[in-house]
Design a protein around this ligand. Structure first.
Ligand code: PLP
Length: 448
């Protein structure tokens, strides 16, 4: 092991390039930033360059880097029992399951099946749904990401699915509400909601309701646009599920654990799903962890009948300990109130101002600490600044914006023609305002 002073960024990059194979990348075309450390909403490289993290890494680092309570919980658990197989009972695992079920806030829920992350949470939610209903098909939105394993990448509607097809051929995609770019020619949110529900019902009928096990929806669509559902949409989906005996799975991998100002995002929308998949913010990703919260009825299906699924690390104590600590920190530090306050009083007014004054800002939207700036070439035509699924050449204006932010010490999250504002939930007001100021300066540099 070498200390930070002895190595340069170049050493770390060379060591990485030698043997590390990276996700979602052409291996010769990437230049990963070497990260030496982090604290709170900031991380730094091996040469002292510091970045304000407006991405929460992959929108998982909800309590920031190196939160002392989370780190301590892992250290303590490592000293007590570093691992134990899922077949045994374990105190910290049971405690976390109890906190999550109680936090889901409805008598409807009873048990948690723990996984290693979000994709396998969705895989297992679908497995549970298929076995519980005896039906095979699953419906998901085109504008969605549900993970990169076999069924999860099939559920994914976005272009990451295309090179992985065919995989699970029992997945049907549909259009969710997106008023700004309505495929239903809707003029307002109310129309969009009504027409999106009518479209979904037609599709259910055409597929054969008795063949459909579940509908899975990101409560607030994350990477594909921070699409906040219009009031009434999710209750409408719930009603369709009830009408046709279909299970409703809420994918809360990104939107959950405080990101939208409530423990679970669905708690903002007057609806209760049958299953909740979660990961990321459950323990800020300090140790990989995900899971599925299920209703009593689904749990009861597997009272006498064996559940045919499992993972060596299901409910790993080193992952559950920071999960329990996360609940304590949320309580002690008033995280949910903080998120709602900063979202409503700092980010929203700033974004609204930007949308009304900047010629390239088509729409801004979001809630909690989950916001998007949709960039356009022209406000009146709404033509996106870069096209859907852009080539690297087409993406040049967004790449310039990213570079302008990084130069000023801000690490931004962009996807297609959007910049997302998704910092850690415990970011301070001063850091948040500083980051927004940097985005403003970067936009001035790029757009003139
Ligand atoms: N579901 C959603 C909504 C996600 O955003 C992600 C990851 O970004 C996943 C599922 C997959 O999670 P993981 O990468 O932990 O497998």
């Amino acid at each position: 092991m070498v200390s930070n002073e002895q190595v340069s960024n170049a050493d770390i990059v060379a060591a990485d390039a030698a043997h590390v194979f990276h996700s979602w990348s052409a291996q010769d075309k990437i230049a990963p930033l070497p990260v030496a450390g982090g604290e709170g909403s900031t991380f730094w490289d091996f040469e002292g360059n510091r970045y304000l993290d407006f991405t929460s890494q992959l929108v998982n680092l909800n309590l920031g880097h190196q939160h002392p309570k989370l780190v301590e919980s892992i250290q303590k658990q490592a000293g007590q029992l570093a691992t134990i197989a899922p077949a045994f009972a374990n105190d910290v695992r049971s405690e976390l399951a109890k906190l999550i079920v109680e936090g889901a806030g409805s008598e409807h829920f009873s048990h948690v099946f723990f996984t290693n992350g979000g994709a396998d949470a969705n895989e297992n939610a679908v497995r549970l749904a298929r076995l519980h209903t005896g039906r095979r098909k699953v419906m998901s939105m085109y504008r969605s990401y549900h993970g990169a394993t076999s069924t999860a990448i099939s559920l994914t509607g976005d272009p990451r699915r295309w090179p992985n097809e065919p995989s699970d051929n029992s997945v049907i995609h549909f259009f969710g509400p997106y008023t700004y770019r309505s495929v239903f020619y809707a003029q307002d949110e109310g129309q969009e909601c009504e027409r999106a529900l009518a479209h979904l019902e037609h599709q259910i009928q055409m597929e054969g309701p008795e063949t459909i096990a579940a509908i899975i929806i990101e409560t607030v669509v994350g990477t594909n646009g921070i699409l906040v559902p219009p009031p009434g949409y999710l209750p409408g989906v719930r009603a369709l599920c009830d009408k046709y005996g279909i299970l409703y799975i809420a994918d809360e991998v990104m939107a959950g654990f405080g990101r939208c100002g409530k423990l679970f995002a669905f708690q903002n929308f007057n609806v209760v799903p049958d299953m909740i998949s979660f990961a990321k913010g459950v323990n800020s990703g300090y140790v990989p962890l995900g899971g599925v919260v299920m209703s009593h009825a689904i749990r009861e299906t597997f009272g006498e009948r064996t559940f045919p699924g499992g993972l060596t690390y299901s409910g790993h104590p080193l992952a559950c300990a920071p999960g329990v600590a996360t609940f304590e920190v949320f309580e002690e530090e008033g995280i949910l109130e903080h998120v709602r306050r900063l979202g409503e009083q700092v980010v929203k007014p700033w974004l609204d101002e930007l949308a009304s004054t900047h010629p390239n800002v088509g729409e801004v939207r979001g809630l909690g600490m989950f916001w998007a700036i949709e960039l356009v070439k022209d406000k009146s035509t709404r033509e996106p600044l870069v096209p859907f699924n852009p080539s690297p050449e087409e993406n040049a204006p967004m790449a310039a914006l990213v570079a302008a932010c990084k130069k000023r010490g801000l690490w931004p999250f962009t996807h297609f023609n959007r910049m997302h504002i998704v910092p850690p939930l415990n970011i301070t007001e001063e850091e948040l305002r500083r980051g927004l100021g940097i985005i403003e300066e970067a936009m001035a540099e790029v757009f003139g």
